[in-house]
Design a protein around this ligand. Structure first.
Ligand code: UD1
Length: 417
């Protein structure tokens, strides 16, 4: 079994360069099959989630060439085969093949996706979108069979501004006949990145980044070159670490507007920050004010940073609260923070954190991706040694996390035990 071993309490100094966004990449890779010829996407992070999607592409018959940070996908020989359960269960984003295969072949058979266990995570809104476009959806033994004689543009209202449903409907609708509108669409930067990619391929999508997206169906999509935006959640994770341990820690290659919900909370707490055009510099402070956060869809405070942020709250003076409004079960990191010395109680969807409490290293488990990121930060700030198990979750979403942290002064290594 692989574990992460962290010797805590070391200051972080130097530069961390942020990789391409995992949550964009996992949609861009499946979207590439909609093109008729080669697609090059640069700045794709090397994480196990993107590897798993490349494996699905290869299973379907695409040619995939990976060179450093770019990926070249030749989708000419793609066949519409049922994706084996073992591949689709590896990650949640495998469901983007539903939209892209449906958009390309009007038929798709796929098992339920995998991903972090942070609540029930239904995909009813994706299916509602496919149905509105003219498809029929049947569920047979844990498998979705989605079929359409013809996909026709429709007006679709999402009851919740779901990231996954917005992207999946865009993928299914780009080649549908006529005009599709998605109302109450998600506005996350990753949606804009995917829409730009599809437009580079010849799609006609407007309004991405607002709550109304309009898609005028086109007959064919061509190959293109595209760049992934920087990962705002990775940037946020290291920024939080910087607020605890930074000594002029530079977080480079970021889009500051994408993490404004975080940086404004940090400023409210009293964190010393310098924000540049595409970087920020952060220093550890002595005393932080307690704050309250509520997770919200973009541009609100991202649920994906809620867990890493909890560590910072253990160092604030007084009572801080986190209200999780997106997922039902995203507090699995809390028992481990308590084991390390935090004073946290959970009341319904709210975590109440009383600080400051010093953290002490011990054995903990990464129950999901961002819980893992939270425990890495906790281990960095704790005294003594922290050993994190189940690190596959962390490696799904953070490129070169060990190298990046060691390069700025941390002492962290992957060990086989
Ligand atoms: C994406 C991100 C994830 C992030 C989340 C919210 C990717 C690969 N993952 O996940 O990191 O935490 O956005 O910012 O981009 N829901 C339904 N029915 C649906 C779809 C969603 O009820 O059909 C609910 C979900 O159960 C959840 C909420 O809506 O409670 C948010 O889901 P969604 O925005 O779809 O998140 P994901 O796309 O799964």
């Amino acid at each position: 079994m692989k574990v992460l071993e962290i010797q805590g309490g070391r200051e972080l100094k130097g530069t961390i360069r942020i990789s391409g966004a995992k949550n964009s990449s996992v949609a861009l890779i499946p979207a590439a099959i909609l093109a008729e010829d080669d697609v090059t996407i640069c700045n794709i992070p090397e994480v196990t989630d993107t590897d798993a999607l490349s494996e699905i592409l290869e299973f379907l018959g695409a040619e995939v060439k990976r060179a450093s940070e770019s990926i070249v996908i030749n989708p000419k020989n793609i066949e519409n085969k049922e994706i084996p359960e073992v591949l689709s269960k590896k990650l949640r984003a495998s469901y983007y093949f539903m939209g892209s295969l449906l958009g390309k072949f009007k038929h798709v058979e796929m098992y339920f996706p995998g991903g972090c266990s942070i609540g029930s995570r239904p995909i009813d809104l994706h299916l509602k979108g496919f149905t509105a476009l003219g498809a029929t959806v049947n569920v047979e033994n844990d498998k979705y069979v989605v079929d359409a004689q013809e996909l026709k543009g429709a007006n679709i209202y999402l009851d919740f501004a779901s990231v996954g449903a917005t992207i999946n409907i865009m993928l299914a609708a780009v080649k549908a006949k006529g005009i599709t509108t998605i109302d109450n669409a998600a506005k996350e930067p990753e949606i804009v990145n995917v829409a730009t990619f599809l437009n580079n391929m010849g799609a006609k999508i407007t309004g991405a980044g607002t709550s109304r997206i309009k898609i005028v169906g086109v007959k064919e999509l061509k190959g293109c070159f595209h760049e992934v935006i920087p990962d705002r959640i990775e940037a946020g994770t290291y920024t939080i670490a910087g607020a605890l341990l930074g000594n002029y820690l530079k977080i480079d290659n970021i889009i500051p507007e994408h993490i404004e919900a975080l940086t404004s909370k940090l400023i409210e707490m009293g964190v010393e920050l310098e924000i540049g055009d595409d970087y920020l510099i952060i220093n550890k402070g002595n005393k932080y004010k307690s704050v309250n956060i509520q997770t919200r869809v973009f541009p609100g405070f991202p649920t994906d940073l809620q867990q890493p942020f909890t560590v910072l709250m253990t160092m604030c003076n007084g009572k801080s609260t986190i209200e999780e409004t997106i997922y039902e079960n995203r507090f699995m990191h809390i028992p481990y923070l308590i084991k390390m010395g935090a004073n946290i109680t959970i009341e319904n969807k709210k975590a109440i954190i009383k600080g400051p409490t010093p953290l002490v290293g011990c054995e903990v488990e990464a129950t999901d991706l961002r819980a893992g990121a939270c425990l890495v930060i906790a281990g960095l700030v704790a005294s003594g040694t922290t050993i994190i198990s189940n690190i596959e979750h962390i490696l799904r979403g953070y490129e070169n996390i060990v190298e990046k942290l060691n390069d700025v002064g941390a002492k962290i290594e992957i060990k086989e035990i």
